[in-house]
Write a protein that binds this ligand. Structure first.
Ligand SMILES: [Zn+2]
Length: 498
């Protein structure tokens, strides 16, 4: 939990936070960006290394074509303009996990610029508006190695270095300072991750470090144009912690300013356990890195033809997909949101919905019966005992009136108990069918008809839509257990007077 100094609402309202995010995404290439070493995570330390990524004298980098294509694809998904010519540059600094003494990155001529992500602002429960968050740039760079402080014999007194990660390709995505609250930052990161996952260029696994986030934050009195002095919270490893770290920093900045102090521009680390940030070092300015063009690499040229070939691989992106699915299947924004959480879920839903008698019912079942049970058992969709084809089969059975909603729930419970798919359990249970005994329904229908002469008269005078009123009443009386189709049949018969 974040322990914040708990400033008053009035004081918080006096200042406006300004937030920009830098996200590093590891690209899913099989080999590193400038050599053929494997990028596999979890291999024994220092086994995936060669003269190039160890930075030995005389070794020359050769650019990985796939890394370029992945970065361009991500940039296109983020609506960036791709620069036909971009330049690799050396970013010079000393650190034990950086054997060359510089990182190959891009500086004043990055691969892509001027993108954006639309985020949802939930101003209230009913009022959702969109806000554009600018993306300044997306550039390619190599990762550094890793310092290890634990997990080996003399870890108490020594630090070890693992250079397997050195030279793994990264796309760095830098946003404009367009966010005005920790919630907006959280929403931006969520949308960004979703888009990157849809493109398939990264697995965005935060635990393995394939998505890392640095957050720049400053505050200014509301109405002031100039930005305040910013601090940078480095390497926070979950979106929730980013939000907490920002909340903490906002209050810390305001406290310092209110007590007449000055914010020092510096990098800080977030301790999630304590819910606090700590200063690490004063922030380098760009000139401290003495960037210069990498002499061992030619300018990177991604011409129109290559761009077009990459663009052809761009999948339908989450927001566009939600809009289309709402239209195509008659589902709500909420349904669409849940069903597009991952590309796999959306793909499975759509293949199921296309063959289902009623796609809306499939959407409802996924939301109300499947995802809830998965969450309860701590399972991912890929581990679900009920496949999407199983959901469709069950939805069709309810749709045709063969089984009731209650029976479906029981069958789903059995599926999860036995870890069998729906069609299998349905067979195992001897293809149960709900009773088509209509006597109870007929009795209910007769009672309703007797009690509502006015509505009956309207129906018989030609206002056929009045049937919905009666169906609703019967469903209510049966607490939703009745089969709507059967109710409809019985009522129509009775109202038609035969
Ligand atoms: Zn290598």
């Amino acid at each position: 939990m974040a322990t914040t100094p708990a400033l008053s609402e009035d004081l918080l309202a006096k200042y406006e936070p300004v937030i920009g995010l830098e996200v590093h995404v590891q690209l899913l290439t099989a080999s590193k960006i400038f050599c053929s070493c494997s990028t596999r995570f979890g291999d024994p330390p220092n086994t995936n290394v060669c003269p190039v990524c160890l930075g030995l004298p005389g070794a020359l980098p050769v650019l990985n074509r796939k890394a370029v294509e992945f970065a361009v694809l991500a940039a296109m998904a983020l609506e960036c303009r791709i620069n036909e010519v971009s330049i690799f540059a050396r970013k010079n600094y000393f650190y034990p996990d950086l054997p060359k003494g510089y990182q190959i990155s891009q500086y004043d001529k990055p691969l892509a610029e001027f993108g954006f992500i639309d985020i949802d602002l939930n101003e209230s429960k009913t009022n959702v508006s969109k806000k554009k968050i600018g993306i300044t740039r997306l550039h390619l760079e190599e990762d550094a190695g890793k310092s290890l402080h634990e997990g080996f014999a003399d870890a108490a007194s020594k630090t070890a270095i693992d250079l397997n990660r050195t030279g793994v390709p990264l796309a760095e995505i830098v946003s404009e300072p367009d966010m005005r609250s920790p919630e907006e930052a959280y929403e931006y990161l969520t949308r960004l991750k979703e888009i990157i996952l849809y493109t398939g260029v990264s697995d965005c696994n935060m635990e393995e470090g394939s998505l890392r986030c640095d957050a720049n934050i400053s505050v200014r009195p509301r109405g002031q144009k100039e930005f305040g002095t910013k601090t940078e919270v480095k390497n926070v490893n979950s979106f929730r912690f980013v939000k907490q770290a920002l909340e903490y920093e906002i209050e810390r900045h305001i406290e310092v300013l209110e007590s007449g102090g000055k914010i020092t521009q510096e990098s800080r680390l977030y301790n999630a356990h304590e819910g606090k940030t700590y200063g690490m070092r004063s922030k380098e300015q760009a000139h401290d890195y003495r960037y210069f063009p990498e002499p061992d690499l030619l300018p990177l040229v991604v011409d129109e033809k290559w761009q077009a070939a990459i663009r052809a691989g761009l999948p339908e992106l989450p927001e566009a997909r939600r809009q289309r699915m709402m239209k195509e299947y008659g589902i709500t924004a909420g349904d669409a949101h849940t069903l597009t959480l991952t590309r796999a879920l959306a793909d499975q839903f759509e293949s199921a919905a296309r063959t289902a008698k009623n796609p809306k019912r499939v959407a409802n079942l996924v939301q109300s019966e499947l995802l809830g049970r998965l969450k309860e058992k701590g399972l991912e969709l890929e581990q679900s005992p009920i496949s999407m084809a199983g959901v469709t089969a069950s939805a069709d059975l309810v749709e045709s009136g063969a089984i009731s909603g209650k029976m479906l729930k029981d069958l789903y419970d059995l599926c999860f108990e036995r870890n069998h798919d729906f069609p299998a359990v349905y067979e195992e249970q001897g293809r149960p069918e709900q009773s088509r005994d209509t006597s109870a329904l007929e009795k209910l229908a007769d009672e309703l008809i007797a009690a509502n002469p006015k509505q009956v008269e309207q129906y018989r005078a030609g206002k056929k839509t009045m049937i919905a009123f009666f169906v609703g009443q019967v469903m209510k009386a049966s607490k939703g257990q009745a089969n709507p189709q059967l109710v409809n049949e019985v009522l129509t018969k009775r109202l038609e007077g035969n």
